[in-house]
Design a binder for this molecule. Structure first.
Ligand code: 5GP
Ligand code: MN
Length: 320
């Protein structure tokens, strides 16, 4: 059984599907699950309809978990990223493996394959499969899934810890005949007009620049999202935009949810967005890209954030 994390992004689903394509091809009986949902912009990927969503079909997912001999978890390293499925996965007798590239892994599995120097879990899956097989697995559906993981986690090779090896792997992926430009369209140019208007509104009306802290933030309430017919995935990428402003090194997006606020944090250089996420917002992630949540109103969350920022910015803003 392959499991990706709650609120799965392109790398979570990409690495999961890549491993699924490979293992299914070797005759293994492989099932897939994700805790809460699949974003619209990933639903075109082959095999995504085989991913069971725990909160949509709890009883089926619980039987899949208890039937599994081996559970491989992808793109996360803390069991709380399993959401509601956490206690069932932890209680299962299956051998458990984590394949992941986030820092500070928690030891909750039999085997932990962790490398924070790799840009994406999808790239790790590619390397592991190549290692197991002795040569690259040249299958275009596998290649497509790895490619999606790499481009989404690096923002199309803009950030994150990609290396020369990443490009050598991408070269191999392209050689399998995957259509780079149509994948690009499916991931990045597949939104509604309403989403683009929401982006305009977010930047024009809701972006706040805090020059003193080289920080910008955007907050969106549930009502605002509703008025732009928001669907899951629509705010993807918004948090990166303020980083294109000269001098801004830290950007935060606050999204109002029922009973809590979901935050996305992005930074440049040494500024540790993940330290803010883990110390103050029940989250974590990478140095330059992290997330968290806060169990209060949008207004209180922002006020708390402003206080935290004021108290910690100077200390966290270490010279390069
Ligand atoms: P995003 O802002 O795109 O949702 O997430 C960016 C990064 O932060 C991803 O690597 C993701 O795994 C991590 N992340 C997002 N939300 C959380 C969270 O609530 N907890 C932890 N530990 N990591 C998160
Ligand atoms: Mn990832």
């Amino acid at each position: 059984m392959l499991i990706s994390h709650i609120n799965p992004d392109g790398d979570a689903i990409g690495s999961q599907l890549a491993l699924w394509h490979y293992l299914s091809g070797t005759g293994k009986n492989v099932t897939m699950m994700t805790p809460n949902y699949l974003q619209e912009f990933l639903k075109w990927m082959e095999g995504s309809d085989q991913v069971n969503v725990f909160i949509r079909n709890r009883s089926k997912c619980r039987s899949l978990i208890s039937a599994a001999d081996l559970i491989v978890m992808l793109d996360f390293n803390h069991s709380n990223r399993l959401g509601e499925a956490e206690k069932h996965v932890l209680a299962s007798d299956a051998k458990k493996v984590v394949i992941d590239h986030h820092t500070d892994p928690e030891a909750f599995t039999d085997l932990l394959i962790s490398d924070p120097s790799v840009c994406s879990t999808a790239e790790m899956v590619y390397r592991i499969v190549t290692y197991m097989d002795g040569s690259p697995f040249r299958n275009s559906k596998f290649a497509e899934a790895v490619y999606v993981g790499i481009i989404t986690d690096t923002g199309k090779f803009d950030h994150g810890s990609y290396s020369g090896d990443t490009f050598r792997i991408v070269a191999d992926l392209l050689d399998t005949g995957i259509d780079r430009s149509s994948i690009n369209d499916l991931i990045y140019n597949n939104f509604s007009a309403e989403r683009m208007k929401l982006m305009g509104y977010a930047l024009n009306e809701k972006m706040v620049i805090l020059s003193e802290y080289q920080t910008a933030y955007i907050s969106l309430s549930a009502d605002e999202l509703k008025s732009y017919s928001h669907i899951k995935g629509d705010t993807e990428g918004f948090v990166n935009m303020p980083l294109s402003i000269k001098g801004i090194i830290f950007s935060v997006l606050f999204i109002e949810k029922e009973g809590f606020v979901k935050m996305s944090l992005r930074s440049k250089g040494n500024f540790p967005s993940n330290e803010i996420a883990s110390r103050f917002f029940n989250g974590g992630g990478h140095l330059n890209a992290s997330g968290g949540e806060f169990y209060d109103t949008l207004e209180n969350t922002i006020n708390y954030f402003l206080r935290i920022l004021g108290e910690n910015f100077a200390v966290l803003n270490k010279p390069v």
